[in-house]
Design a protein around this ligand. Sequence first.
Ligand code: HEM
Length: 419
Amino acid sequence: AAGAIPRSPAFDETLSLLREGYGFLPRRFADLDTPIFRTRLMLRDVICMTGPAAAKLVYDDARLTRVGAMPQTVLRLLQDKGSVQQLDGPAHRHRKAMFVRMLMEDKGGLERLVAIFRRCFLERVPEWMRWGAVQLGAEMDIILFRTALAWTQAPLDADEVEADATLMADMVENAGHVRPRTLGTLMRRSALERRLRAKFRDIRRGRLVPMPDSPLAMLAGYRDAHGELLSPRVAAVELINLLRPIVAIGRYIVFAALRLERHPQWREILAEPDPERLSGFVEEVRRISPFFPFVGAVARAPFTWNGHRIRRGQWLLLDLYGNCHDEAVFREPDAFRPTRGLRHHETDYSFIPQGAGSASRGHRCPGEMATVEIMKEAVRLLTGTITYSVPEQDLSVSLLTVPTGPKEGFIITDVAWRA
Ligand code: HEM
């Protein structure tokens, strides 16, 4: 019947989702031959969707909210309660404007972020030259965390950098799982939140003065639409929402290094500075590499969409990974082709690894430009500034676990300055 949403036959598919990872949604859209189906996850009724029209719905419709759209553990490890992602309407736009200003509009701030990353990367190279083998993924966590601290001016102790960098990476690593480590990471995160909350209280009391115009100063001085300052708890949560995802860019840098290894002609091509090719390369890395499998939303009001009745409180999932691999949009989606000329854009509802639509009006990631610029700098450094070897190792990337990456984190040896 018109409007009936096909149902996946199993009673509850939570275990299948955990088992099948990135392939869970795409496989069912293919098997049921539909861009929309209904199933149950964690015993909750959910409508799963793919395709540009669905992306438009999930990113542009004011009748949807992110509140209640993710399991508690995922929410607490990633965006957290009280964060911008949990706001709607005018309150969301007002808070989001702060992120958009610091991460998109302030070009000087973005340039500073990339310059800091470059410096933190170069500082580490002499150590790599002394070591036999370097685990690129773990090194990126540290380099990017130092970058994030220097850029935001987050008041955290330098002697805890390695532990805190690991915590940032663990939040992302464990968000896709429910296992003992998830609980431990949640507890370490709470401790970090407490430390940062105390710092924001110190700022309020004038005992700590943030560097003017730094993200720390912007967070501390931000006033909502009613003129209220953020509570120290929410300010701490939002600061972590800058630190954690900057560290997460390391996952894409590892995927970029993996592509340089698998497609050595691109190492040659990129050794010659060419902004178009470099941008095409990193955008194709973001398209093809698995990261966020999907995002969730919940209907705040009943409505009809494409002939389907959506009830109030309905849980929706949008397949991000599948959209980036849609063969109706990307020819041979599993082929790595930096010449596709991809460039993320608010009117493109298919190339959406970091969400779709407008970053200022909707929930699209405000850190996309920062991600792309840091990835470009990393590729410039890996192709133009240092040389290295990639020894025998298992470089396969399983699509069954979320998040994922090469099994051994990408090990390099024989690091040297390029002559
Ligand atoms: C939102 C992915 C990097 C800050 C999002 C969303 C996705 C995403 C898919 C949308 C969530 C939703 O629709 O509910 C990624 C990926 C990144 C990345 C794959 C690569 C590392 C960053 C960076 C920052 C950042 C570098 C900041 C420094 C945020 C914030 C939101 C967000 C604050 C919430 C926006 C809102 O709800 O309005 N990200 N992100 N992300 N991202 Fe990112």
